[in-house]
Design a protein around this ligand. Structure first.
Ligand code: FAD
Length: 406
């Protein structure tokens, strides 16, 4: 019999969490892949940064303009609830120096196993190798078609994820299903993505990172935004939380200007002149040392200005000094392109929140149709904010379905 009270499409963290908390008699999860949770397994470089430390009220600044929509979901099942949920099932959590929370084992397999064990305990049927192709609702019940089977249910949850890392199974199918039911979809874009830089000069320091730097974003010579965070140099461009979290605002031809020294141009110039007057024989690289920049980075920047690192401050003329100030206070990088869906950690855009109730996550257009996780137009910063959304929205969907039973 392929009839269930509730069917969830997608066995990612959102779908599995909804299944675990759904109290209907018969619950099934249909998964396209032969294994559930493939993206969860690669999350946090295989360590799975499940959530973030601190009061949940601090989460709301990490989802751009969509924070308000998440109020009920995040309060229904907070980061502390998640830590507790995992701990009660034998998986302790640890917090790193940046507030990211990981399973103590440092292994995403343990998180997935815990979710699957819990599904098993709750008698949820996870049916793999079932890519859903079509969903219909001719009358009261939903009919779900895969290549080989037809399933019927009263409540349906679309938890098919976004479009990033499509090899994991999330390739945007949920948008099509939602559109068929009259929902609108905000055009999906890659987010939390590294950027490729034109005429990149930093390849030789790939792997080096700098902490808590202010980055300005320029478009058509106008500053349009700024963001602070850690930045990593890659073989072809920039990455790290300070770039990834900011990438949703970037587009090709934009210019990033990084303040490397924590002082604006006037302050840095003044400090340079004062040091030059006081200790003219000081080498430029010694002067720059107090800014705690990687030596390799300083050397590349000085080489670009044709300055010998041993050159004394007094020997640097005004013109060169101005170039140096520009280079260290607004170090420019022209964006060739922002990494695509194959490199983006999440998707910006998705099923529009306009037609979904934030209190229940039920469609405002089709009764019995629910949404959970990244398939909706929600994307968060790095640091565990996206998985927390998957868990919190999965939980809220289940609670909403449970409420309708009573
Ligand atoms: C490399 C990488 C690292 C990440 N690290 C972190 C991290 O450390 N912390 C964090 O908070 N976030 C992280 N994220 C983001 C996070 O993994 C996602 O936001 C989260 O997995 C979304 O959960 P979801 O359940 O909504 O969707 P998904 O995890 O994408 O799951 C959707 C599921 O639906 C299935 N599916 C899709 N279409 C169909 C269909 N037609 N029929 C049946 N099944 C279907 C898919 O196969 C998939 O199993 C990372 C993402 C990536 C790519």
């Amino acid at each position: 019999m392929n009839k269930f009270d509730t069917i969830i499409i997608g066995a990612g963290p959102a779908g599995l969490f909804a299944a675990i908390h759904c109290k209907n008699k018969s619950v099934a999860v249909l998964e396209k892949n032969s294994l559930p949770g493939r993206k969860l397994l690669i999350s946090g470089s295989g360590r799975c940064n499940v959530t973030h430390y601190g009061d949940v009220s601090n989460f709301f600044s990490h989802y751009g303009e969509h924070s308000k929509f998440l109020r009920t979901a995040l309060h229904s099942f907070t980061n502390l609830d998640l830590i507790d949920f995992l701990a009660q099932r034998g998986l302790a959590a640890i917090v790193d120096k940046n507030g990211k929370i990981f399973p103590q084992s440092g292994n995403s397999n343990d998180v997935l196993k815990l979710l699957l064990d819990e599904c098993h305990l709750k008698m949820v049927q996870i049916i793999v190798d079932q890519p859903v192709l079509k969903i219909e609702k001719p009358a009261d019940c939903f009919i779900i078609k895969t290549a080989t089977h037809e399933y019927h249910c009263n409540k349906i949850v679309i938890a098919t994820g976004g479009m990033s890392y499509p090899g994991t199974g999330s390739s945007g199918d949920g948008y099509y299903f939602a559109k068929e039911f009259g929902h609108s979809v905000v055009p999906p874009k890659p987010a939390l993505s590294p950027v490729f830089i034109r005429d990149y000069k930093m390849a030789e320091i790939a792997g080096v990172s700098i902490q808590e730097k202010l980055v300005y974003l320029y478009r058509d010579n106008k500053k349009i935004s700024e963001h602070r965070g850690d930045i990593g140099f890659t073989h072809k461009g920039l990455s790290g939380p300070g770039i990834l979290d900011f990438s949703r605002e970037m587009q090709s031809q934009d210019v990033l200007k990084i303040n490397l020294v924590g002082q604006n141009s006037d302050e840095f110039r003044k400090a340079f002149i004062e040091a030059s007057e006081k200790s003219g024989k000081m080498a430029i690289q010694t002067f720059l040392k107090k800014h705690d920049l990687p030596r390799s980075l300083v050397r590349i920047l000085l080489a670009g200005l044709r300055i010998d690192p041993e050159q004394t401050l007094a020997s640097i003329n005004r013109e060169t000094r101005n170039l140096l100030v520009d280079s260290f206070c607004e170090c420019p990088f022209i964006i060739e392109r922002v990494g695509g869906f194959n490199m983006a950690m999440v998707t910006k855009g998705g099923i529009s929140l306009e037609e979904i109730s934030s209190k229940t996550l039920e469609s405002k257009l089709v009764p019995g149709l629910f949404f959970a996780g990244e398939v909706m137009d929600i994307d968060g910063d790095t640091g565990g904010y996206n998985l927390q959304v998957a868990f919190s929205t999965g939980y809220l969907v289940a609670e909403s379905i449970n409420r309708e039973r009573r």
